[in-house]
Every structure is written in C-alpha cells, then in structure tokens.
Ligand binder design. Structure first.
Ligand SMILES: Nc1ncnc2c1ncn2[C@@H]1O[C@H](COP(=O)(O)OP(=O)(O)OP(=O)(O)O)[C@@H](O)[C@H]1O
Ligand SMILES: [Mg+2]
Length: 304
C-alpha cells in the first residue's frame, strides 16, 4: 500500500482519502474494529448467501456482535434468505437519503443486517461530501460490532477483490463439482496475481479459507479441499486454510422456500451441524476484542 505522501497532486479520490487519513491522529487508525469476513466464490450459485446468512447467525449465537452486509452488486438477495424486508439499502445512506439507524435493521437470530444492491457500485464515484458521510457511518459501525460478514457477488470482479482485500478472513466457497473447483482456483489465482502486482497478499497468508459446500460426504469435502490447497500451494504459492464443509441437505432449499435461515428452522439438520462447526473454527480466529487496523484504513484500500 502506498504511504501517506500524496504524490498524485490531483483531486483524485485516492488522494483525497489519503489526505483524510493523514489528517487523523495515528492512534485513530488502530482501534477496536470488527473482524471482517468476506464470503466469495468463483462460480455462482454455490451457497455464498446461504453460508453468509447462517454463519452470521451462528457467530451471533456464540456471543459475537455480528452485522451482515449484502455486498452483492448484481443479485442482492440475502434479505430473502433471512426473511426480512429492508426498506433502505447502503446506497440510501451514501446518498444521504437515510441515516445509519434506518439502513441497519434487525435480522433473525440476533444479527444486524444492511441490505445491498446496485447502489454499492456508487462507492467508486462519490463526491467528497458523500465519502465523508460514508466513512463517518463506517466509524460508527466499527465500534458496535465484533464481526462484519460480507456476502459478495460471484466471480472475480474488481469490487469483489477489493472487498476481499479489506477482510481479515476470506472464505472461498466451492462445491465438489469440477466447474466450481476450477472457478475457485481462478479466484485464488486472482489473489495471487494481485500479490505479484503489489507485493502484498490481499489478506494475510493463510487467511484465505475454503468452505466446501454441497458435499455428499465428509470424505468428498476433504478431497475437494486438498486438491484446491495442493494446486494453490504448488502453482501459486498460496497457503489456504480449511474452514470446513457443509453436506448437501434437503433442509437448505426448504428453509429458503420458507424464508427462514436453516439454522433457526432446522437446527438439528446436518447442514446446521456443519455450519456450527465452521462458526466454532471462525470464532477461535476472531477471539476477543482486538486492536486492529480500523475499517476506515481498510476502505482506503478500495481506492488505492
Ligand atoms: N448445503 C446445501 N444443500 C442443499 N442445497 C443447498 C446447499 N447450499 C446451498 N444450497 C442451495 O443452492 C442454491 C444457491 O444458494 P445461494 O443463493 O446461497 O448461492 P450463491 O453462491 O449466493 O449464489 P449467487 O452466486 O447467485 O449469489 C439455493 O437454492 C440453496 O438452497
Ligand atoms: Mg448470493
């Protein structure tokens, strides 16, 4: 990442943000900040939204104050899976149409939720005033939560890579299908390319985790993870972490149909047991209240 000296000299957004950051006291960049988890995938339809919603609920159940952000700019639909009807989205906050209190709504299972949609694309094209408003809102969010889960869109778009870059943990969701594995590998390759370009890994080495979804058996999930980890290690020198698997379970589509997260509607289903195991693993990573680089600084990276 670039340092604090703004050599662009122009009025570009990155320069404006850098100046804003540099005007802050050094202590302000390291503060209590939520552990950010980005749920991504190469191929679409592999279960990101299902995982992001239920994982958020599982983490809230373990006592972490959790907020879920729908960051899918194309097909934002976490509200359907959660069974909530948000009136406003993140875009309404950025454009000043609504305040933080109105866009953060109560979701099921003790989580808070911020709906997304096409408005997220507006982040790349904000006025100075709107940027300040967004950053102020982010600062308020920082102090309220222990965990921020981002449900991202499918594929390797620049925005997904940027969201992943701002995360502490990236969860790449893959299924045992060859097409899903190939696309998951392409996504990890995009992280590696970014590392080769900038000299840094988007997130810490080993912070790229894999969740194998829709597996018919534990063994199949294990094989899928090992094949991904093997090729990523050998050809990209990328270290992956195994965050677990979720079995294919008929209760999952049933829960979606009734618009109730599976963890709440079928808590004893095999999918729910697998979700709780993943949450347990993540919970250990999250730990207690930590001092880490503030969200504000991470958002900076979206513009650099
Ligand atoms: N473990 C599972 N067992 C059975 N069905 C599942 C499982 N996981 C997900 N599904 C089903 O797969 C479908 C796609 O899930 P989901 O919408 O979460 O995928 P996605 O990755 O978010 O898709 P998109 O890329 O479009 O955002 C849903 O209908 C869901 O019910
Ligand atoms: Mg989705």
């Amino acid at each position: 990442m670039k340092g604090c000296s703004d050599d662009t000299g122009g009025l570009d957004q990155a320069g404006a943000l850098r100046r804003m950051m540099c005007s802050r006291h050094p202590d302000e960049t390291a503060r209590h900040s939520p552990h950010v988890i980005a749920v991504v995938s190469g191929k679409g339809g592999v279960g990101k939204t299902f995982l992001a919603c239920n994982l958020s609920i599982a983490l809230a159940g373990r006592g972490h104050r959790t907020v879920l952000f729908d960051m899918d700019m194309g097909l934002a639909n976490a509200d359907i899976v959660l069974g909530v009807e948000p009136a406003w989205t993140w875009a309404d906050l950025v454009r000043g149409r609504r305040g933080l209190e109105q866009i953060v709504i109560e979701g099921p299972g003790g989580i808070d939720f911020v709906a997304g949609g096409s408005g997220m694309a507006e982040l790349a094209d904000l006025s100075e005033f709107e940027r300040r408003r967004m950053l102020n809102a982010m600062e308020q969010i920082e102090s309220r939560y222990d965990v921020l889960v981002m449900d991202c869109g499918a594929g390797i778009s620049p925005d997904v890579l940027s969201f992943a870059a701002s995360a502490d943990t990236v969860l790449v969701v893959a299924t045992p299908e060859p097409t899903s594995m190939t696309d998951a590998y392409a996504m990890i390759k995009a992280f590696a390319a970014r590392r080769d370009l900038t000299g840094t890994v988007p997130v810490e080495q080993g912070a790229i985790g894999v969740v194998v979804n829709n597996a018919t058996a534990r063994r199949e999930a294990r094989d899928t993870y090992e094949r991904l980890a093997d090729v990523s290690g050998r050809f990209l020198h990328m270290l992956l972490t195994d965050f677990g698997y979720i079995l294919s379970d008929e209760h999952v589509p049933l829960a979606v149909r009734y618009q109730q997260p599976v963890l709440l509607s079928y808590p004893r289903s095999s999918a729910s047991c697998c979700l709780l195991a993943i949450a347990g693993r993540l919970s250990r990573e999250i730990g207690g209240v930590e001092e880490r680089q503030g969200l504000l600084s991470r958002v900076m990276r979206l513009f650099l």
